[in-house]
Design a protein around this ligand. Sequence first.
Ligand code: DAH
Length: 385
Amino acid sequence: MQELGHVPILLNDWGFSFCLCNPLSTVNCITILIFVTMEQLLNQIKELKEKIITNVENDAEAFRIKYLGTKGFVKAIMGEMKNVATENKKEAGQRLNEFKLFVEEKYEQLKLSSGNNSPLTTHHSQDLTLPADDLPLGSRHPISLVKNKIISIFQRLGFAVAEGPEVEDDFHNFTALNLPENHPARDMQDTFYIAQNPDWLLRTHTSSVQVREMQKAGMKNGQGKLPIRIICPGRVYRNETISARAHCFFHQVEGLYIAENVSFADLKQTLYFFVQEMFGKDVKVRFRPSYFPFTEPSAEMDISCLICGGEGCSVCKKTGWVEILGCGMVHPNVLDNCGIDSNKYNGFAFGMGIERIAMLKYQIKDLRLFSENDVRFLKQFTGAV
Ligand code: DAH
């Protein structure tokens, strides 16, 4: 037996081909004609085992390449089987398998002791008792912050949160809200249709949730379900060209109060309270007459511009006022469509875009920032409430 580098070479004169490559040098490949006796094979296994036992190598990956790699000792010695005489093959196979298991076990031990589980890393040791790296903490999205704030303000006034599906049918999104088929006001709320005849669409506002809640109350003929005092937060969709001021999806909070003898003064006072809680006591409000098919009378509410304090700037287009929501007294047709007696009950409703409130509150100029997931933008809300 002769040794070349790390590779033991078996030599005899019987004329079989045998190739052992030094696993640490892919170049150094020697072909020698040999014939393997059982004794030679066992000797070779013994020598290799001794080498492994006295091994000073503690780099698991280097060990793996040297012994278990495609050009390693184990593969090479396994290749000897073909040179073993037939009557010895069974025993040789068992010995070779034992040897392979022995090497694999040694490799597992090395991996554990060097803490090196990945063949790609070359760390020699790691202190597993060290504390782990900090995980970076996220923060709440500004839309969630503002939504939660709006909810908590209205909850203090006794409003409960109601939610509904984002995929709606035509009745709940339009028809029940006094927007029958072919009504021109539908043009202002074009959306994405999922199916047609019957129509299924992505809701254009959370007023559809108001309809669902009124229907529940209507079915029971008001029993135990009236008055209704709810706010409906959620995502809504419109077929809009995306720009700094518009998007094909955004978020709303709508509100509904249905009882007996509700007045426009109740509506004004509720919204005035909301604005003061949201933006501070100095903010002024004004109501402008407007039109929505589902309310009569209808109004839009403006607040004094937070940027210039009413002086006039680019945000308020030099008017000193910014529009924040639509509102009005619920149209009797809507109540009737939902099965509520409009001779007995009435109420008010309002709806606002959360993005718009957030833009005003945090002075954000581009609506697209809310959905781009840019960490530099989102990080600025760490600690915001
Ligand atoms: N649904 C309206 C929209 O999305 C907003 C709105 C206006 C809701 C007046 C209301 C309301 O409940 O009374 O543009």
